[in-house]
Every structure is written in structure tokens, then in C-alpha cells.
Design a protein around this ligand. Structure first.
Ligand code: FAD
Ligand code: NAP
Length: 535
């Protein structure tokens, strides 16, 4: 009999988990507390309890070829970076195409999850749900927690001396919806993540003054990268990854800084990260430098103190008559339905084996999907996590001993601190390609480049030099998809189609292109040998 798997949440992670269960012949039931799919991507005018809330203008900061699921490319006419409504449309197409909706029980909140009475022999879980005030209890063979990590606002008012005296309005970025009501206001935004930057550039068109208060600065990147391609389709190539992992650390820092400062000097714009050696998640904002240049947004250091109507910054400057303070200070990870003995959140960090399995459970029947902040899109990452977890549930992939899992998690955390630092906003940060490959190796879906190079050199070259798009993980192994090769070879067309809405002449010479391809092939050989030598 097929194992019964409960999935909590029907956002990106929940939908792909349902699909993962179906692929492995498991029987999924998904519980979604709201009335629709999409999770964070379903914008509503009102903030809903227990669901992430976004502002009306949110546009993805990862591009469509990188942010789709591996066997379902986005329609070629979709723009490269999608408005939230468009991304939701994609999720609806995905759910419809794979028939996922019939497995979801809407308006049903999971209120408790605990080990069943005979857990030590069966690994089963007892779940209590609530629908319209009515409670129901279930037993499941396995559970996938897909509740996201941007629900509980982190609003550290206590870190700011004098805040209790402040008479202005204040709220968390979770509550921001649109710039209405900011006309003529003086606004201070605390934090320098993507929410802070998005909100600043939007409200500065209406507000009298907008200050961005940052304690550590940040790198700001444009969505538009080399030759106008979406940043992640160039940044996240296997070739670039080999380079990043081969060069000495100091050289990597130098290369990163040089690249980041090509657009504008982060020092002159007051944005230079305090710790430049870290690869913290950048801010993607095409408008911010321009808004700073026009004087519409002013970057300031941390706030030292609030008074009744003003803020005093750490550099001693004072801004009087502040009307609104917005805390764009991130989120707290929480599992309100689960006992701390199962998963304990420490410093906003959740110790999970490869970011998925709790470390101290006797049975591998509980997985957390999507509790991660990769340097690339979360969608293919959550998908591979789900593909791996479902194979573990089936016994097709085995977890190592507890001590090995603990050691791996400790090592991973040390690496995280070295790369991204100890900041709260980086507590679940990971690299991208390496982590995808690690999960793919566990599911048997990691592309074998050497074999491909001999069998299908065109594909191998595209995989190595082109975007590390999700389709690469459907070329071989369980879950293989016949359309993967074509999806990879046509991705550049899908990138260009929505921008080239006026046909113009071809500017590049074919001879030059051929020469570049030959040079690329030679470079691939060198790089493959380099990467083999590293293992
Ligand atoms: P969510 O989308 O938060 O979905 C969780 C679901 O679980 C919700 O539907 C919720 O109602 C349900 N739920 C919660 N608790 C319960 C319960 N107890 N019982 C039943 N149901 C429950 N990532 C990218 O890769 N690219 C981007 O461009 C990008 N842009 C972002 C923009 C913003 C403004 C934010 C805040 C985040 C962005 N992210 C982006 C990260 C984001 O986390 C992921 O894109 C993704 O939406 C996470 O999906 P999820 O399914 O894990 O969580
Ligand atoms: P975030 O990335 O966690 O950033 C929080 C910011 O608040 C950081 O700059 C942090 O500084 C600062 N902060 C926290 N505590 C503070 C304190 N006590 N004093 C001063 N500053 C403090 O949160 P977010 O910006 O809401 O983003 C959450 C996630 O959503 C991210 O993954 C982001 O990429 C994503 N997102 C995407 C988009 C988009 O696609 N357009 C838009 C918004 C958000 P430190 O770094 O120094 O801790």
C-alpha cells in the first residue's frame, strides 16, 4: 500500500512536494490554511495571519529560466523577471498541468504535529487540523513541512534606545502594501535587505524624505547583467562556479568587489558592506542607485536613538519630524504546531541534515522543504529537496548515522559563517549550484558531464557554460524528463523572446561565434580536468 504523506502548506514548496510524492508513488494530502495556492506569491490587499504578505509591486529577483520547476519551463512570452501576479500564474499552470489541486485541502490549518504512539516502530505522525473551527485528527506515514519562513515578522524595537518615546507611526515591512498614504511624509526605513530597498525606491516618489538606515551596508546588483542577460543566467553557470571554487579566497574577493563596483561605487553611495569579504545575499534593485543619485533616498548608518519625533543616527546626525519608521528587519523562523523537542530553532537557525531532515529523530519520516535562502532561486532548490525527501521516505535513499548528520551540519554551518557571516538575515543562507548538485547526487539526478561530453557535446557545452537551469536535473536518473534536453537548448530563445519585441538585424558575425565556441570547448576541457583534480 502506498505510504500516506502529509504536506503542510501549498506554496512553492508544498506544490512541488505534492508532485514529488506523486512521482514516487506516495499518497499525498496537502493542508493549506488559506483558500488558495501560491503562499507568498498570492498578493492580497490585507495581511493574513499565518501567511507571508507581500507588497503589490513585488517582482522576482531570480529570473524565469532559473526560477521554474525542472520539468515545466515558463511560457516563452513570460518576462524574465516576473511581477508577483505573473509568478502566481505560473504556479497555477504548474498545479493544473500536473493535476495537483485535487490533493489540497484548503482552509485547513495544521495546529499540532506529534509522534504517533507507535512512532518508534512505524515512524508515523499524528496530526490535528482545524477547518472552520472543527478539529480533525490524522495519522500519516511521513510529513513534509512547507510553511515558508517569511511569516513571523522580526521587529527589534527593543534594540533602539528611546523607541518607547517615539510618537510617529511604525510597522514591519510585512505590513507594507503600496505607497498610498506616504505623501509628504518623512520616513526612516531600518534594514538594508531587498524589502527595505524595494520599499524605499517606491515610496520616495511620494514621500518628502526617505532615509535608509543600515548597520552593515550591502552590495547592490542590477537584475540586468553582462550583455543585458538576467543576472542569474550568467552568474550561476557551472563554468563560473568552477572559477569561484578554484581561485584563492583573496582573488575571489577582489573579483567580486571589482564586479560589484563596476556599476557604481558602493563607497561613494554609502552602501559599501562593512565586511566586504562576505558573500551575503545582495540587494537586487535597478532603481536604488538612481534614486540615491537624485537625492530621493538617503543612506544613513544605524539609528542610535529615537526621541519623540526624531531619530539620531550613529554618526551623530539628527533627522527631525520623522513621521514613519518601517522595520524591514526580516523574519523569524517558527513551527508553531511542533514541539521544540522535534525541531529547535536557535538564533533563527534550524539544525537540519542538508537543510531538510531533523538530526535527532529515530525515523526519517519528517522533512522540512524550502527552509533555505540559496544564492539563487528557491524553486528548483525546494523541488530537489522534495525529490530527495520522497525517496528517503520510500527507503530508496538512506540517511547516515546521527553522528554523521550532526558532523555534516556543523561543518556546513561553519562554511556558512565563513561565506555569509553570522548575521540573522543570513542564518539559512547557502550556495546554489553546489547545493543543487549535492541533492541531485542523492536522488540520482546529477548530470554526468563527462559522459555527456562524449555523447552529446552540444548539450554538455550548454550545461557547462550556460545557465545552471533546473532542467539539468531531469536529464538522467529517476524522474528523467524527455523534454529536458530541448528545454536547455532553447533557454536563450525564451530569455530573448520577451525583450526582443521589435525585430532588428543580426549584429554578430557567425565566424566570430564559431571561434568563440571552439575556444569555449577547449576551456571546458581544462575546467573539467581542474574540477576533477579538486575532488
Ligand atoms: P510560502 O510561499 O510562504 O508558503 C507557505 C504556505 O504554507 C502558505 O500558503 C501558508 O498559508 C501555508 N501555511 C503556513 N502555516 C500553515 C499551517 N499551520 N497549516 C496549513 N498551512 C500553513 N525567492 C526566489 O527564489 N526568488 C524570488 O524572486 C523571491 N522573491 C521574494 C520576494 C519577497 C518579497 C519575499 C518575502 C520572498 C521572496 N523569495 C524569493 C523567497 C520565498 O521564500 C520563495 O520564493 C517561496 O515563495 C517560498 O515558498 P514556500 O512554499 O516555502 O513558502
Ligand atoms: P532580510 O533579508 O532578512 O533583511 C533584513 C535587514 O534588516 C538586513 O539588512 C539586516 O541587517 C537588518 N536588520 C535586522 N535586524 C536589525 C537591527 N536590529 N538593526 C538594524 N538592522 C537590522 O529581510 P527582507 O529584506 O525582508 O528579505 C527577506 C527575503 O525575501 C530575502 O531572501 C529577500 O531576498 C527576499 N525578498 C525578495 C524581494 C524581491 O524579489 N524583489 C523583495 C523583498 C524580499 P544585517 O544583514 O546586518 O543583519
Amino acid at each position: 500500500m502506498a505510504k500516506k504523506v502529509a504536506i503542510i502548506g501549498a506554496g512553492v514548496s508544498g506544490l512541488t512536494s505534492i508532485k514529488g510524492c506523486l512521482e514516487e508513488g506516495l499518497e499525498p494530502t496537502c493542508f493549506e490554511q488559506s483558500s488558495d495556492i501560491g503562499g507568498l506569491w498570492r498578493f492580497t490587499e490585507k495581511v493574513e495571519e499565518n501567511r507571508a504578505s507581500i507588497y503589490n509591486s513585488v517582482v522576482t529577483n531570480s529570473s524565469k529560466e532559473m526560477s521554474c520547476f525542472s520539468d515545466f519551463p515558463m511560457p516563452d512570452h513570460f518576462p524574465n523577471f516576473l511581477h508577483n501576479s505573473k509568478f502566481l500564474e505560473y504556479l497555477r499552470l504548474y498545479a493544473k498541468h500536473f493535476g495537483l489541486l485535487k490533493y489540497i485541502r484548503f482552509k485547513t490549518t495544521v495546529i499540532s504535529l506529534e509522534k504517533s504512539q507507535d512512532y518508534t516502530t512505524t515512524g508515523q505522525w499524528t496530526m490535528v487540523t482545524e477547518t472552520d473551527g472543527k478539529q480533525e485528527s490524522f495519522i500519516f506515514d511521513a510529513v513534509m513541512i512547507c510553511t515558508g519562513h517569511q511569516i513571523e515578522a522580526y521587529t527589534p524595537v527593543e534594540s533602539f534606545p528611546g523607541f518607547e518615546k517615539f510618537r510617529g507611526n511604525y510597522f514591519h515591512s510585512r505590513n507594507y502594501k503600496n505607497p498610498d498614504g506616504f505623501n509628504g511624509k518623512t520616513v526612516v526605513i531600518i534594514g538594508m535587505g531587498n524589502s527595505a530597498a524595494d520599499i524605499a525606491v517606491e515610496i520616495c516618489r511620494k514621500a518628502k524624505k526617505v532615509f535608509l538606515s543600515t548597520r552593515g551596508g550591502t552590495w547592490v546588483m542590477s537584475r540586468v547583467y553582462d550583455n543585458g542577460y538576467p543576472w542569474d543566467t550568467i552568474f550561476h553557470t557551472r563554468f563560473n562556479d568552477v572559477i569561484r571554487n578554484s581561485v584563492p579566497w583573496f582573488l575571489l574577493q577582489w573579483m567580486t568587489e571589482r564586479k560589484m563596483n563596476q556599476w557604481f561605487s558602493h563607497e561613494n553611495y554609502g552602501l559599501l558592506p562593512r565586511n566586504r569579504s562576505l558573500m551575503k545575499e545582495p540587494v537586487f534593485n535597478d532603481d536604488l542607485p538612481s534614486r540615491i543619485l537624485c537625492g530621493a533616498v538617503m543612506v544613513k548608518p544605524l539609528i542610535k536613538e529615537f526621541t519623540e519625533s526624531s531619530v539620531i543616527f550613529e554618526d551623530g546626525t539628527v533627522e527631525e519630524n520623522v513621521d514613519i519608521a518601517i522595520f524591514a528587519t526580516g523574519y523569524t523562523v517558527a513551527f508553531p504546531f511542533l514541539d521544540k523537542s522535534v525541531i529547535k530553532v536557535e538564533d533563527n537557525r534550524v539544525p537540519l541534515y542538508k537543510h531538510v531532515f531533523p538530526l535527532h529523530l529515530e525515523k526519517p519520516t519528517l522533512a522540512v522543504i524550502g527552509l533555505i535562502q540559496p544564492l539563487g532561486p528557491i524553486m528548483p532548490t525546494a523541488e530537489l529537496q522534495a525529490r530527495w525527501a520522497t525517496r528517503v521516505f520510500k527507503g530508496l535513499s538512506l540517511l547516515p548515522s546521527e553522528s554523521t548528520m550532526v558532523a555534516d551540519t556543523t561543518r556546513r554551518n561553519e562554511k556558512r559563517i565563513k561565506w555569509f557571516g553570522t548575521s540573522r538575515s543570513q542564518s539559512i543562507q547557502t550556495d546554489f549550484i553546489e547545493y543543487l548538485d549535492e541533492l541531485a547526487a542523492l536522488t540520482g539526478a546529477k548530470p554526468n558531464l563527462l559522459t555527456l561530453l562524449l555523447r552529446d557535446p552540444k548539450l554538455a557545452l550548454t550545461i557547462f557554460f550556460g545557465p545552471c537551469s533546473p532542467f539539468q536535473f531531469r536529464l538522467m536518473g529517476p524522474g528523467k524528463w524527455a523534454g529536458a534536453r530541448n528545454a536547455i537548448l532553447t533557454q536563450t530563445q525564451r530569455i530573448i523572446k520577451p525583450t526582443k519585441t521589435r525585430t532588428v538585424g543580426n549584429s554578430s558575425s557567425n565566424a566570430l561565434l564559431s571561434l568563440l565556441k571552439i575556444l569555449g570547448f577547449l576551456a571546458l576541457l581544462v575546467a573539467v580536468f581542474l574540477s576533477i583534480g579538486q575532488r
